[in-house]
Design a protein around this ligand. Structure first.
Ligand code: ADP
Ligand code: MG
Length: 722
């Protein structure tokens, strides 16, 4: 099927060809090496073994690797793949792939397709160009990638090419994690162990495995591609560094959940089709609050797969946009003054029988278990709010957190009225017994229904309980969710163990012991609970009184990654060794500096090479117009107001030139600072402030200059034409 769509911005017409016209269920997951394919392509015993590796996290048996590699190759070639790659997540925050052809030659020089067990299991990309945060100099220089069988291999299509992608971890030869996936997998093991321990302790021996589940709600902007390529700031930094606010913004609130425009809907349709082929369960789509802002949310999956899939969602959003002459902006704040984008990270725990551990149960026993998991999570957030904050710290997210927009940099937990009351009752001794009647009296069995109603009321909380899961709302739209999820898993694992230790030291009925421990715990951790408006000034003051950290910017927050407390935590849970943790701190700090430096230089360049020349031309045309009128009409010509106009433009131009020079000097000065943290701070405070000043002048100038001469697409065009 073909559809013609007119691109309003460029007045060009283009064609979209729809490939599939069958029900989604018929092609869902067809580009993944999933269980169905495994059953078809693998001998029964190998298939069974592989499934155990995937489902139970068993170790990979090298014996089956050959058979699996062969089946995978056959399947991939049938799908049109010519190449394969280990697909991994270096510490850049994006994904990496190095393609190799299946092509090999026999001893007789005949061309054949080959893919061996060794190449499936291990790859050797040149590690030297990926950030290592100092790991490289300390340890072995080379790195290798290793197959992660827990995430299904898939076919990545781009243009006419197709590549078999093998999800992989990335390690140095001495075993240090050089990627984001390895610590995530380790944290998944940690939470499994600690959660099972608690469940066993409470008498639950049905479950054999606990997994973290994650559902990320991805926000993004779409603008016309023609505008995108005319803005160096968008192309180079992902956000507009300059631009006067449009006369209409989001004040009419007419975009949120509004009907989706045809062009956008065709785009979403194509995105979803691609995602379905990759077995990514895209479920909801809608307009967001800001003009041209949208959201896509999948059904939740196991943490590891959810992380991989979110990367693919981000990549697909960007790639498919090109086919529609659109640009997908994933930056946290593409337009100043307009709502930014986040990625609500829904997180919960589930056992292998499919029971959600953060779902209040029907039986008293389940309810005690629920309360222990709930308390452990709150406890974890209370003691490690600094780490959660640091996990989402980036130059982009600085425009949302702690700025004028939700959520704040103070990490607190929202529980909803009913759960708060239950915890209060336990704390105040109103509920003291763990007898069946007492627990049922809590009304816990009706909790899911009731709590669902009031949870949605608080949209301002950075960490909200929403009925049967927590929603970590401070995550940035463009970032990998691997690290925030890794931290969440690790800190909750630790709190589960601490609660288990305490329960174990008490004698008598274990459920009674659990209630007693919960009571003691709540007393200590309740400062982190907050039900009010997180955006208010009062909360900031109140949070300070409660001693909750409020690190407004990245440079204040990042050092929390390497406190003694953090080092001990990550080390004792085998998630990150001290050097691995230090490396992550270093990389994030370096990245912050580089991003800020690119922003500052791009802004300066845009002002000097485009804005000033354009406004000079305008200034000159106004000036010559005045002179000509005087020429024509003589000295008494009524040009006073026009002269004033000319003076205003000249004054604004002078201010812009002055502020640009100051920015230039500061960028120069930054290059002489050698201590990384000092340098980052210089960018965060001094340079950022100067960028603000320059922008204010330039934006003012924009509103005084001829639209014809303004060198960049303006906000109203980008936000309202598509
Ligand atoms: P809401 O709109 O109230 O936030 P939804 O039910 O629409 O809630 O879910 C939002 C996101 O939360 C979806 O991506 C969904 O898959 C995810 N989610 C739901 N249950 C869980 C869970 N148990 N674990 C992780 N994520 C979940
Ligand atoms: Mg939500």
């Amino acid at each position: 099927m073909k559809r013609f769509i007119k691109n309003i911005a460029s007045e060009r017409e283009y064609v979209i060809t729809r490939e599939k016209e069958m029900p989604v269920s018929q092609y869902y997951g067809e580009d993944t090496f999933n269980f169905k394919v495994m059953r078809q392509k693998l001998p029964a015993n190998v298939c069974k073994k592989l499934m155990r590796i995937i489902k139970e996290g068993e170790r990979l048996d090298p014996e089956i690797a050959d058979t699996v590699a062969h089946a995978m190759k056959e399947w991939a070639i049938e799908k049109g793949a010519t190449h394969f790659c280990h697909w991994f997540q270096p510490m850049t925050g994006a994904t990496a792939e190095k393609h190799d052809s299946f092509l090999e030659f026999t001893e007789f020089g005949e061309a054949i397709e080959r893919f061996s067990a060794e190449t499936l299991v291990k790859g050797e990309p040149d590690a030297s160009s990926f950030p290592s945060g100092g790991l490289r100099s300390t340890f072995e220089a080379r790195g290798y990638t290793a197959w992660d069988p827990s995430s299904p291999a898939f076919i990545l299509r781009s243009g006419i090419g197709a590549t078999l992608c093998i999800p992989s971890v990335f390690l140095s030869y001495t075993g240090e994690a050089l990627d984001k996936k390895t610590p995530l997998l380790r944290s998944i093991n940690a939470i499994n162990k600690s959660a099972l321990r608690v469940m066993r302790l409470l008498g639950n021996d049905r479950a054999t495995r606990v997994i973290a589940t994650v559902g990320p709600e991805q926000e993004y902007f779409l603008i016309d591609m023609d505008y995108y390529y005319k803005r160096p700031d968008l192309v180079l930094t992902g956000r507009t560094l300059l631009g006067a606010a449009p006369t209409k913004g989001q004040q009419l609130e007419d975009h949120y959940f509004g009907s989706i425009k045809e062009r956008i809907l065709s785009y979403m349709h194509d995105v979803e089709e691609e995602l379905y082929k990759l077995g990514i369960p895209a479920k909801t789509r809608h307009n967001e609050v800001a003009p041209s802002q949208y959201e896509i949310a999948p059904i939740f999956e196991e943490a590891n797969i959810a992380v991989d899939h979110n990367h693919l969602v981000m990549e697909t959003l960007k790639r498919v946009a090109q086919n529609h002459r659109l640009a997908a902006l994933l930056h946290e704040k593409p337009f100043a003054g307009i709502n930014g984008s986040g990625k609500h990270c829904n997180w919960s725990l589930s056992d292998n029988l499919g029971n959600n551990l953060l779902n209040p149960g029907k039986s008293p026993q389940d309810n005690v278990q629920f309360l222990v998991f709930l308390t452990a999570t709150i406890r974890a957030v209370y003691y490690h709010a600094d780490l959660l904050r640091a996990s989402v710290a980036s130059s982009g997210n600085d425009h949302r957190l702690g700025a004028n927009e939700a959520p704040p940099a103070i990490i607190s937990v929202f529980l909803g009225e009913q759960l708060t009351k239950i915890l209060n009752d336990i704390e105040n001794g109103i509920i003291t017994k763990a007898t069946n009647e007492a627990i049922i009296d809590l009304g816990l069995s009706t909790l899911p229904v009731l709590s669902k109603d009031n949870t949605d009321r608080n949209r301002t909380s950075p960490f909200a309980f929403t009925g049967n899961k927590f929603e970590f709302r401070a995550v940035g739209s463009s970032q990998s969710i691997a690290f925030p999820v890794t931290i969440l898993n690790t800190i909750v694992a630790e709190s589960l163990d601490i609660l288990a230790d305490k329960i174990e030291t008490k004698s008598g009925d274990v459920r009674q012991a659990a209630i007693d421990v919960i009571r003691d715990e709540i007393k200590k951790i309740k400062p982190v609970l907050f039900m009010g408006d997180n955006y208010s000034r009062e909360w900031e003051e109140e949070a300070a009184r409660r001693g909750l950290p409020n690190k407004k910017v990245t440079v204040e927050s990042l050092p929390d990654l390497v406190t003694k407390k953090a080092i001990t935590l990550f080390q004792s849970y085998n998630v990150l060794s001290p050097v691995e943790l230090e490396a992550r701190y270093t990389i994030r700090l370096e990245r912050y500096i580089k991003e800020m430096d690119i922003e500052a230089k791009t802004m300066l360049d845009m002002v000097r090479t485009r804005i000033i020349p354009a406004t000079m031309r305008y200034q000159s045309s106004v000036a010559s117009s005045c002179l000509r009128i005087i020429d024509l009409l003589g000295e008494k010509a009524p040009v006073d107001d026009q002269k004033k106009m000319c003076a205003t433009i000249t004054a604004l131009n002078n201010d812009v030139i002055k502020e640009a020079s100051k920015l230039d000097e500061l960028i120069e000065k930054a290059s002489t600072i050698h201590d990384e943290l000092e340098k980052a701070k210089f960018y965060a405070y001094t340079i950022k402030e100067q960028m603000g000043k320059l922008r204010a002048e330039a934006d003012m100038l924009e509103t005084h200059t001829s639209d014809n001469l303004w060198p960049f697409p303006r906000f109203w065009e980008m936000l309202f034409i598509s």
